[in-house]
Write a protein that binds this ligand. Structure first.
Ligand SMILES: Cc1cc2nc3c(=O)[nH]c(=O)nc-3n(C[C@H](O)[C@H](O)[C@H](O)COP(=O)(O)OP(=O)(O)OC[C@H]3O[C@@H](n4cnc5c(N)ncnc54)[C@H](O)[C@@H]3O)c2cc1C
Length: 432
C-alpha cells in the first residue's frame, strides 16, 4: 500500500536526541567577557574550529543562541560522505577541471579527516565505514553515474556500479534503475558525534555560552565586540558557524545562504533481521532525484531512518511524517504498516552556486553552505579555519569560488515553493 495515510507520531524531537545526556555536559559556563576567538554557533563547524584553536593554547568562547547542537548537527541523517551537491561534470563546467578536481579531492579527504578525528579523540558515535549507495531514479541517471565513475576513478575515488539486475544485493526495492556505491563513506550517530565534539572541546578548555544569541558584531580597533542577549563579549577574531540558521544579525552572510527544510522520520523498533533484508549491505542510501530521499538503518539496526525534502513550504511534523511514510512504503512496500515514533526537521544551507564556502569577510572567518552534505565537510572546514587563525595553512579549495548572492535577497527564500514544484516536475518527466 503506497497511498498516503495520516500517521501518528510520538515525538517531534529527533530520534538521535534520545541518546543525549542533556545535563552538565550541555550547560552554559561562566567565564569572562574577553577571548582570543569567539565562535558563533555550536554545530560541527563551530566545535571543530574551537577544538583546533583551544588545543593549541588559544582562548575560545563558543556562543550558541539555543542549546548546544540545536541546529542541523544533531538533526541530520548521520551519513558521512565526501560527495558534493554538484557532479564532477557540473563542477568542471562551472570552474574548470583543475578546480573541480581540487574540490572533489578535498571533499573526499574530509571523510578521512573525520575518521581520524573520531579515532584520535576516542569518540563513541557508532561510526562505520559502510559505503554510500546512490540509487538511480531514472535510466539516464544511471548512465550519468557510470560516466562520473570513470572520471572519479582518474581521481582515485573508488566507486562500484550496480546494474538494475543486481540491485537487490543493495536494497530490497524495485523502483530504481541500478546505482553506484561510493566506497569511502559511512554512517554515524549524529548526536553522539556532536556530544563527543563537545567533550573534546571541554577537555581542551573551550568556554560555552548557551541561550545567548549574537545580535550584532562590531569592529572596535583591532578586535570585535559581540552584542548578545547575555551582554557584550570582546574577541580578537570571530568565526561564524551558523550555516542554515544564520540570522539577521549577520546580514552579509545571511544574504548568501538559502535555508531549506529537510524532514526525517524514525520508525518504531523493529526486527533487525527483517530490516537488514531491506538494506542487506547496511549502506547509506540516497536516490538521484532533485527532491531526493535519503535513508539508512539506525546504528543499532532496529529502525529505519528515512528523510527527504517533502515540502518547500514549512509543514508540521505529522504532515511530514505522513508524506515520508508514504515515500518509504513506495520504496519498501513491506514497511507500509511500520509505525513512526519520531518525525523532525532541520535546516540545510544551500548557496546560489550549490558549493560550500569557506573564507574571511571583513576580517571575520566563516564556513557556510554545506548544501546537505556537511557531517564530514563542515567538521573539516572548522578545522581548516582553526589552522588559518593559527597561521598554519588552512587554504582550502573552497575558499576560491565566489560567494555570491542575488539582488533583493535578504535571507528569506520566498522562491522555494516555486523552485520545489519545478524540480518535482523535472523529476517526474525524467521517470519513464
Ligand atoms: C535534516 C537534515 C539532514 C541532514 N543529513 C545529512 C547527512 O546525512 N549527511 C551529511 O553530511 N549532512 C547532512 N546534513 C547537513 C549537516 O547536518 C550540516 O551540514 C551540518 O550539521 C552543519 O553544521 P554547522 O555547525 O555548520 O551548523 P549547525 O549545526 O546548523 O549549527 C549552527 C548553530 O548556529 C546557531 N546560531 C545561529 N545564529 C546564531 C546567533 N546569532 N547567535 C548564536 N548562535 C547562533 C544555531 O542555533 C545552530 O545551533 C543534514 C542536515 C539536515 C538539516
Amino acid at each position: 500500500m503506497t497511498r498516503r495515510q495520516q500517521v501518528q507520531i510520538m515525538s517531534n524531537d529527533p530520534y538521535w536526541w534520545e541518546a543525549r545526556d542533556r545535563g552538565t555536559p550541555y550547560a552554559s559556563d561562566g567565564g569572562g567577557q574577553s577571548y582570543d576567538v569567539a565562535v558563533i554557533g555550536s554545530g560541527y563547524t563551530g566545535l571543530s574550529a574551537a577544538h583546533k584553536l583551544a588545543a593549541n593554547g588559544v582562548s575560545v568562547l563558543v556562543i550558541e543562541a539555543e542549546e548546544l547542537g540545536f541546529g542541523a548537527s544533531t538533526r541530520n541523517g548521520g551519513m558521512v560522505s565526501g560527495t558534493l551537491k554538484l557532479s564532477h561534470k557540473e563542477l568542471c563546467e562551472a570552474y574548470g577541471r583543475d578546480t573541480a578536481n581540487a574540490l572533489f579531492q578535498e571533499a573526499q579527504d574530509s571523510v578521512l579527516f573525520l575518521e581520524q578525528f573520531i579515532s584520535e579523540n576516542d569518540i563513541s558515535c557508532d561510526y562505520q565505514r559502510t559505503g554510500m549507495y546512490f540509487a538511480a531514479y531514472a535510466p539516464k541517471h544511471y548512465d550519468a553515474l557510470a560516466r562520473e565513475a570513470d572520471e572519479l576513478a582518474a581521481l582515485g575515488v573508488e566507486t562500484r556500479m550496480v546494474p538494475q539486475t543486481e540491485q537487490r544485493q543493495k536494497l530490497a526495492s524495485d523502483i530504481y534503475f541500478g546505482g553506484r556505491t561510493t566506497v569511502l563513506a559511512g554512517g554515524l550517530h549524529p548526536a553522539k558525534y556532536h556530544a563527543g565534539l563537545v567533550a573534546a572541546c571541554r577537555r581542551a578548555g573551550v568556554v560555552f555560552r548557551t541561550r545567548c544569541r549574537v545580535n550584532a558584531i562590531k569592529r572596535e580597533g583591532t578586535s570585535y565586540v559581540l552584542a548578545t542577549d547575555g551582554g557584550n563579549f570582546r574577541a580578537d577574531q570571530v568565526v561564524i558557524a551558523t550555516n542554515a540558521y544564520t540570522d539577521p544579525g549577520m546580514p552579509w552572510f545571511r544574504r548568501r545562504v538559502i535555508p531549506i527544510g529537510s524532514y526525517i522520520i524514525a520508525t518504531e523498533a523493529m526486527d533487525p533481521a527483517m530490516l537488514r533484508r531491506l538494506i542487506p549491505s547496511a549502506e547509506m542510501i540516497q536516490d538521484t532525484k532533485r527532491n531526493l530521499f535519503y535513508y539508512r538503518l539506525s546504528p543499532d539496526g532496529t529502525r529505519m531512518i528515512f528523510g527527504g525534502r517533502t515540502s518547500f513550504r514549512p509543514i508540521d511534523a505529522s504532515e511530514s511524517a505522513s508524506r515520508l511514510h508514504a515515500a518509504m512504503s513506495k520504496v519498501f512496500p513491506s514497511m507500509a504498516s511500520a509505525r513512526i515514533t519520531n518525525s523532525w526537521t532541520g535546516n540545510v544551507a544551500f548557496t546560489f552556486n550549490k558549493v560550500p564556502h569557506v573564507g574571511t569577510h571583513d576580517g571575520i572567518h566563516f564556513a557556510l553552505g554545506c548544501c546537505g552534505q556537511g557531517v564530514a565537510l563542515m567538521s573539516h572546514f572548522g578545522d581548516q579555519i582553526g589552522h588559518r587563525i593559527l597561521g598554519q595553512g588552512g587554504d582550502t579549495a573552497f575558499a576560491h569560488t565566489r560567494f555570491t548572492t542575488k539582488p533583493f535577497y535578504s535571507g528569506h527564500p520566498w522562491f522555494l515553493p516555486v523552485v520545489g514544484e519545478f524540480y518535482r516536475l523535472l523529476d517526474w518527466l525524467e521517470r519513464p
